[in-house]
Design a protein around this ligand. Sequence first.
Ligand code: NAD
Length: 485
Amino acid sequence: MKQYKNYINGQFVESQQVFAGINPATGARIADVHEATQTMVNEAVTAGQHAVKRWGTRSVTDRADMLYRIADEIDRRADDFLEAEMLDTGKPISLASKLDIPRGAANFRIFADILKTAPLESFRTELADGAHAINYAVRKPLGVVGIISPWNLPLLLFTWKVAPALACGNAVVAKPSEETPGTASLLAEVMQSVGLPAGVFNLVHGFGPNSAGEFITTHPDINAITFTGESKTGTTIMKAAAEGVKPVSFELGGKNAAIIFADCDFEKTVDGIARAAFLNSGQVCLCSERIFVERPIYDRFVQALVQRAQHIKLGDPNDPLTTMGPVISAGHRDKIFSYFDLARKEGAEFLFGGATPKFGNELDKGFWVEPTLIAGLPDHARSVTEEIFGPIAHITPFDTEQEVIQRANATAYGLAASIWTTHLSKAHRVAQSMNVGVAWVNTWFLRDLRTPFGGSGLSGIGREGGIHSLNFYSELTNVCIHVDA
Ligand code: NAD
């Protein structure tokens, strides 16, 4: 049985309270996870406060070099990370080896690069008497940053926050999801082996309420909170952060639209939408749960998408031919099935899926859901407005550009959208009309880590990525110097 411990002030720390790590592909217990107590979280914060005094004053080159070493060590231990990620999530090897683990390392490299090259603002102010002033901004660490991340892309999303926080000279107290503690625990080993000073990176395991999550968000000496997860958890955390007027960065849920025009490149679009609906069993915040297709190609498109769904191969995550894994937990599978029941009550037509696959082996004890496509619901149906976060999408026809813009934007979320057309001006027009943080054209989930990433409405607060991350994880001081005439 693997033992996933806390990592506090450079030491691995056991707890009396242990909870089970479960492999969702089989339902088997794979790890003992040591739940951090309030005292442990307090110790982690104190360690961070001490460590930041040294780490935060190191040169940019020093800090960047350390980030490169972390990235290299993740690469060197890629097989260990892959095993841990697949056991925690049931992701197929074809996905985890290409997406999750390489991005874990890439997050450290890119933020090291950005740190070294990011410009700082400078303004010359002309004064009436012929004198002038020079303004320039300097970046300083915030202090101890609390990081809370979800289970769907565990290493990718955890390092997406840890890397820029460390780059900017902060210490962190970071909590991965209770569902996926494995790769974060390996990351602690990496931090220790590359010689990151004790107390700079602290890892605490546990749950949200009355556990490590709440202990972080309510701690008076945590200077900022960055969180990825459900919108309603964001509300709870924001209330906790309000107490100390702490900066928050929130990457939350989505109910993203895909808009397919009749003039799209048909085959490429069907492939793109199959990916956007079902990648990672639909458990990507950016997944398209609402698909709008222009009426002249609607029937043909539905038929082609159903065919793609039929070819998705669910099965053993270690089989290179497997393209879809389970969902994360029994609880999450039940939530998805409750939405299937709701959709049926609301009058949905199930075009494909809607059930649990049968394997005839140990996988039958896992948490599996077929890729599912539904149609026939009005835009205001709950199954079409609420985030389900599973391998399910609703598909519907539209007639005009104005109509589809209005319908796609009729959501409380505002994370992402994709537009599929070969008409250049229409592509720009519609993409720019989307009330979202990220609008893709003829692609989906194509990420340049220098670009702003985040959402509006229920999808989040702020932007991370590139300079935007540096801005969140730093305190800027403007220095203004008067120069006599
Ligand atoms: P979740 O909100 O249930 O949990 C996320 C993290 O918050 C976990 O570590 C959990 O332990 C912790 N947590 C829960 N309650 C807490 C509390 N009261 N105080 C402090 N911490 C608490 O989310 P999840 O189910 O793990 O992840 C799925 C959600 O994440 C979906 O809504 C998805 O859209 C969203 N997500 C968003 C993005 C994005 O970039 N916008 C990316 C990935 C996932």
